[in-house]
Design a protein around this ligand. Structure first.
Ligand code: DC
Length: 233
């Protein structure tokens, strides 16, 4: 029998804990985790390499047909991004590429270019997809939509830890400034702005440990999708 693929959309601003929670929940419930921010980051990297800021609509749009963006999973199940055959997974995490990604993601041509790729993953797999517009645009019929938030200070502290863990040198002030700038840009853009879907479950993770949030999301998934985790959190 053909089992229907289930889909869970997790949206929210930078640093709300989306990727950690989505990845951990996907592992617990046996879903494929799709980090859509990484796809926008890959386009941002391509724009940077072309000497652009990412805001030049026509020039970025002209780049798109020449980009082959592929998403693969390594032997540990971690998502890796390829740009024209090159593994760029490690290159797309710098603060500079964060801003490039935010710039290109405001362009309708870029969003349209990436839409099919995201939807086709959800057609063929049960997915937990995280991003900004998954519940509103990419998967409007998702079985569950979660909108994660946390205070800017909490989000900056988490992002700082994550960046430092990767050896990126930065300060809390810089990260907070970057988060505020991206929040503003991502939520005020005309094309698919960051906002909760009308039917999203809102979850504020301020002050929560990762474990607490994983358990909370797990309870929501169990209650709404009537499935049981394959692993304890
Ligand atoms: O989640 P992230 O920080 O890796 O995302 C990088 C940028 O990409 C973010 O500033 C906004 C954009 N983005 C988007 O517009 N839509 C998505 N579904 C995912 C990310």
């Amino acid at each position: 029998m053909n089992q229907r693929c289930l889909s869970i959309a997790i949206d929210g601003p930078a640093g709300a804990g989306k990727s950690t929670l989505a990845r951990r929940s996907a592992r617990r419930f046996g879903f494929l985790y799709v980090d859509t921010g990484a796809i926008y980051r890959t386009v941002g990297l391509a724009a940077q390499r072309a000497g652009l800021t990412g805001k030049e609509e026509a020039a970025v749009a002209a780049l798109l047909p020449g980009l082959e963006i592929t998403l693969r999973y390594d032997e540990h199940g971690a998502q890796r991004m390829y740009l024209n055959g090159e593994d760029v997974t490690g290159l797309i995490r710098s603060p500079e590429i964060s801003m490039m990604a935010s710039n290109v993601s405001a362009l309708p041509a870029v969003r349209a270019f990436l839409l099919d790729m995201q939807r086709s993953l959800a057609r063929t797999h049960s997915v937990i997809m995280d991003g900004r517009d998954i519940g509103t645009v990419v998967l409007p019929d998702a079985d569950l939509k979660v909108f994660l938030t946390a205070s800017p200070e909490d989000r900056a502290a988490r992002r700082l830890k994550e960046l430092q863990g990767r050896g990126v040198e930065t300060t809390l002030e810089e990260v907070l400034e970057d988060i505020r700038r991206r929040d503003h840009q991502d939520s005020t853009r005309a094309a698919a702005p960051l906002r909760p879907a009308a039917d999203a479950v809102l979850l504020d993770t301020s002050g929560n440990t990762v474990q607490q949030s994983v358990e909370l999301i797990g309870q929501i998934i169990e209650a709404r999708l009537h499935i049981r985790p394959e692993e304890t959190p």
